[in-house]
Structure formats: C-alpha cells, structure tokens
Design a protein around this ligand. Structure first.
Ligand code: UD1
Length: 402
C-alpha cells in the first residue's frame, strides 16, 4: 500500500470539519487514515456516530478537566508511537486546537509534510482566543501547505511570509458539512430528537423568538463567563417573547459558571446538555438569531443568514462584521445587555451568504492534494538524519530543499 495520508481530529469541531474531507479523499481512492486523539470523548463520538464512521486510529487521551500541559505532551508522545506504525506521506490537521498544534509539532519532528485546513485565521491578539490564536500561529509556521477559507486568510498568511506557492484558497469545510446536514434534514433522512423538535414547535406556537446560545471560551473562565451569563439572564427576564436555548459545553468551568449565574433557573432560558450536530443545525435553522463565542457557529450562522452577536473581544472572522452579518459585542455585561436589546428590538433579518465557503471546499482540497501535493512530493523517505540544513524559510523546506 502507498504511504497513507493521516488526518488527525481531537475535538468535535475538528471532526465536523475534517470527516467530509476524509470521505472525499477515500472517494478519490487515496490511501487515508483517520486518527482520533480523543481530546474529547462524548462530543467527538457524537460526530462519528452522525457519519457512521469509526476512526482507524484511537489515541485515547482525554482526562477529566485536563490541562493544556497534559494534552500537549500526551499527543506528542502518542503521535511518536503512531509514526512507528505508519509512515504518512502527509498529515492533515484542522484549525487551532491543542490536538492540531501538538500533532503538527510531532509531525514536524519526523520531517513529514503537514497540511493545515482552515489556515490563516488571525485575531491578532495572541491571548484571545486562548490558546487557539497561538496554536494557529504556530501551526502556520510549522505547516507545509495551507488551505485558507477566505481571501483575508490568504492575505494573513502572505503577510507572515508564507510562500504563495503553498497557500490555496478553498473555502471552509464546515460549509460542506452544514449544507449536507441541512439537505438531509430537508429530505427527512435524519431523525431529530423529539424533545428538540417539540421545543422548536412550542416556540412557534407561542410566538416566542427562538435564540441559540453557546458560550465556552477558556479566556472567559476567570469569572467573566458568569457576568456574561448574568447579562443574558437579565435580558431574558425583561423580554418574555424570547426563548433562549443553551446547549452547555461539558467543560467543568462552563458547568460551574452555569450554576453560579443561575441562568438555568430562568423560565425562558432552556439549558440543555450538548446536542449532536444534526440537532444543533436544526435549532440554528429555526433560530431568529444567535449568541455565541464559538468560531464554527459564527461561520454557520452567516451561512444560514442568522444575525449573531459574537460575545468575544476579538474575532478572527471579521468578514461577518464587514458584511454587517453580526456584531462583535465583547464580554462586558452592560454592552452585552445593550446589544441584546438592540438586536431584539430592531428585529434584524439577514440573508444566507457564502462568506466562509460554498460547500465545495473538500472537493478543492482533495484535488489539490491529489494533483499538486502528492504529484510533486519527493520520492525519498525523510528521517531526522537526512534533513539538510535549511537555506531559507523553515515552513517551505520539505519541497524546496531536496
Ligand atoms: C476544545 C478546544 C477549543 C474548541 C472546543 C470545542 C483546545 C485547547 N480547545 O476546548 O478550541 O473550541 O474544544 O468544543 O484544544 N469534556 C468531556 N467530554 C467531552 C469533551 C470535553 O467531559 O466530550 C470535558 C472534560 O472534562 C475535558 C474538558 O471538557 O477535560 C475540557 O476539554 P478540552 O478539550 O480540554 O477543552 P474544550 O473547552 O472542550
């Protein structure tokens, strides 16, 4: 068998954004293995179930309330073992998680080429989102090939001196996944959980505006998250024509903030355990607007034309602000309350946009891997010993030096 391409996923968003690529590479008859670090367990398994996929390799690393130090070392260590069993021609990582960064670093140590999906997103503030901004900057330095979702992402990479021969504009693979799931929901090919369906129906019947909320960023765990939730609580208590549905992340810090703020005690805020992706898409389809600090939901809300408030101080997805598809509200309690009232009273309506992708990103990436990357890959095996000193830029040496 030819050397495999290895795709690494660790968390829910990575799986959502890379499984369609795994399927596209398989369809193109390229040898490909799906490796799951299981940085997440429950949340990741839900995505595998949705696609009826079992990962080829399971690194099984999750610990309760794991630290970033633990995660990073465990992934590097286990990737080392993986490389003894498999000798990838290319390793693919996605986004900005610790799984993506640590596995890219481990791959760099073995001098194996790395492709980065969702490359070039930058908030410009190294601590925000934490540790994601630093993770993606470092992956940008390490990666050999960069699949950028938007023109802005391409420009960010060029600004950092990445060779333009190694940057490809593809769109974001999440739009492929989103449109596929929307299509399946429309055709009745996916069964949506009955309580979720009933909740959406109840809001319609009682003429309540359904609002989707997700909040889980690490940089807000130092108490800020409680204040943010209190702002939402105050808003919900003032307006009984809204119904806020809040699938709360399993991170223990999120669960604690939820209890401290007591949002779960307000009648028109419905706190529920994390929902599977098909339910999330279903809620999003029926939502009037969205409150979020998630990266993926920013892309999904814009793609479905749902106005949104981004409860973060920076966004690496400013295209949505330029297109007036959402607001960067921040994390200040008064400002959150103010923006919630504005979006509610103005009753903003948006149209669906292709800002982040058109649903064909995986097809483009597959074609680039097949016709450009694998075609031009050097035949010989690299080892730590036979890498020559680099004359120029570190992130382009795999192709240019040999
Ligand atoms: C991680 C990513 C973040 C991404 C988010 C999506 C990093 C540093 N962060 O954050 O970029 O937006 O995933 O969800 O990579 N837990 C479970 N079961 C699960 C998942 C999590 O119990 O299926 C709990 C565990 O106690 C775990 C904790 O959540 O220790 C934190 O998980 P972790 O992956 O470290 O961080 P996230 O906050 O999920």
């Amino acid at each position: 068998m030819d050397k495999p391409i290895v795709i690494v996923v660790g968390t829910r968003p990575e799986a959502l954004k890379l499984i369609p690529l795994y399927c596209a590479l398989q369809k193109a008859q390229l040898p490909v293995l799906l490796c799951a670090t299981f940085q997440h367990t429950t949340l990741l398994q839900q995505v595998f179930d949705l696609f009826s996929i079992t990962p080829d390799i399971n690194l099984n690393i999750m610990q309760h309330d794991q630290s970033l130090h633990y995660l990073t070392q465990a992934i590097i260590e286990k990737m080392g073992t993986l490389f003894k069993l498999h000798d990838p021609s290319l390793l693919i990582v996605q986004g900005d998680t610790t799984t993506a960064f640590a596995s890219a670093l481990a791959t760099f140590y073995k001098a194996i080429p790395i492709a980065h999906v969702e490359a070039g997103l930058r908030s410009g503030k190294i601590n925000n989102p934490f540790p994601e901004e630093m993770n993606r900057v470092m992956i940008g330095k390490i990666a050999t090939y960069h699949f950028a979702p938007t023109n802005l992402n391409v420009a960010n990479l060029l600004n950092e001196g990445i060779s333009r021969d190694h940057i490809f504009l593809t769109g974001n693979t999440i739009v492929d996944t989103l449109l596929m799931i929307c299509d399946k929901i429309k055709r009745d090919e996916l069964s949506i959980d009955a309580p979720i369906k009933a909740h959406v129906a109840m809001c319609k019947k009682l003429n309540k505006k359904l609002i989707l909320m997700t909040l889980h960023r690490r940089e807000n765990f130092d108490g800020k998250l409680v204040g943010m939730l209190e702002a939402v609580k105050e808003f919900a208590q003032r307006y009984d024509d809204v119904n806020i549905i809040f699938p709360a992340h399993l991170n223990p810090n999120v669960q604690k903030a939820l209890k401290t703020s007591m949002v779960d005690l307000v009648a028109n805020i419905t706190t529920i355990p994390p929902v599977a992706y098909k339910e999330l898409v279903y809620i999003l389809q029926h939502a009037h607007w969205v409150i979020t600090d998630s990266g993926g939901i920013q892309e999904e809300a814009v793609s479905l034309g749902k106005p949104l408030l981004v409860l973060r101080n920076e966004t690496e997805r400013p295209e949505l602000l330029w297109e007036n598809a959402g607001r960067l509200t921040g994390t200040n309690k008064t400002k959150i309350l103010q923006d919630l009232e504005t979006i509610h009273t103005q009753d903003t309506i948006n149209v669906a946009r292709n800002t982040y992708g058109d649903g064909h990103a995986c097809q483009r990436i597959t074609s680039i891997i097949k016709n450009i990357i694998l075609e031009s890959a050097p035949q010989k095996n690299y080892t730590e010993q036979n890498i020559k000193p680099l004359p120029q830029r570190e992130n382009t040496h795999f192709l240019s030096n040999h």
